[in-house]
Design a protein around this ligand. Sequence first.
Ligand code: NAD
Ligand code: TDX
Length: 337
Amino acid sequence: MERVLVTGGAGFIGSNFVHHLVRETDVAVTVLDKLTYASSREAIDALPSDRVTLVVGDITDAATVDPLVAGHDAVVHFAAESHNDNSLHDPSPFVQTNIVGTFTLLEAVRRHDTRFHHVSTDEVYGDLPLVDPSLDDPERFTESTAYNPSSPYSASKAASDHLVRAWVRSFGVQATLSNCSNNYGPWQHVEKFIPRQVTELIDGRQPRLYGSGANVRDWIHADDHSAAVWRILTAGRIGETYLIGADGEHDNLTVVRMLLEAFGRPADDFVHVTDRAGHDLRYAIDSTKLRTELGWSPRYADFAEGLARTVDWYRANEAWWRPAKAVTEAAYAVKGH
Ligand code: NAD
Ligand code: TDX
């Protein structure tokens, strides 16, 4: 594999993956990214130009996609509309990018017989019931969990997964899929939970908790997600799905309290805001298949340490997130969040 096309490579996780490729491999990378509000060109700007080329374009545009796919050995597909709250406000770009965009890429890889890896989310499985955290073996998602998405975002990702599986079975497309849990780390947009609360605290404001804060997410550092995707691309079995997770389950209130402590603020110094419609209760990943079959394991096994490094990163990179902050909070205020 010499040339890899990364869609959405200017986004939070896609840019992390591009850094991973530059650091850990010899491949030449082309990023195809529309540079939406969620992108960060700065995240890949400093990478060597003989290793990384940025093409600004839309994955729903076959005239852009087809010749690019023809010139690469593999496509790793991160590009998406990624925020649940936005999908509840206006689902249209989610259907276009996540479904039509994936379809457009699949038709191109089918035509050119190109290896394809589809990056997806654990949200396609819907949610799990809240459980007592002291339970020994609570239910978790596995590769055979039934699809049951809740939001327009997760439904659009589920649809894209189904397209990939059908193109494998019906047309022999050489594809793998991965479904990962909630990522955190540098370069995540301030609309998302952890960066939003960290930047609120930097601004001396209060974290904003949806509902009671009992909802559980299974956190993984974006570096660990990137390493897993590369492992699946190079060693995974065609047609297979691999779940990616780092055993990082925490309820949202606990994460807010960890952040309050990091800023030396009282444990109850937060506000409850309007809950998300259809808010999924709990996500939890069983990543046994990825660990045993492909030998992957997370480097950031300690969430508290990864979170502390992420807080430091946002403190040091205010110039990057500041322009998006006011507009994001203004949009949240309209929705009552
Ligand atoms: P992000 O919103 O930070 O980045 C998405 C990128 O895709 C942006 O750079 C954007 O400009 C680009 N993009 C959007 N529409 C496009 C289009 N039509 N054509 C070309 N580029 C387009 O998203 P993220 O959080 O980095 O997520 C990346 C992928 O990982 C998504 O597929 C998402 O579903 C999946 N995922 C995310 C998480 C998470 O916790 N963030 C967890 C599991 C899976
Ligand atoms: O201000 C907030 N307060 C709050 O309590 C925000 C923005 C969120 N929340 C809650 C909602 C969720 O329970 O925090 C949790 C995490 O919220 P998000 O960061 O919006 O993530 P989530 O909806 O869980 O989805 C994320 O993980 C799976 C990504 O955005 C998706 O792209 C990915 O597929």
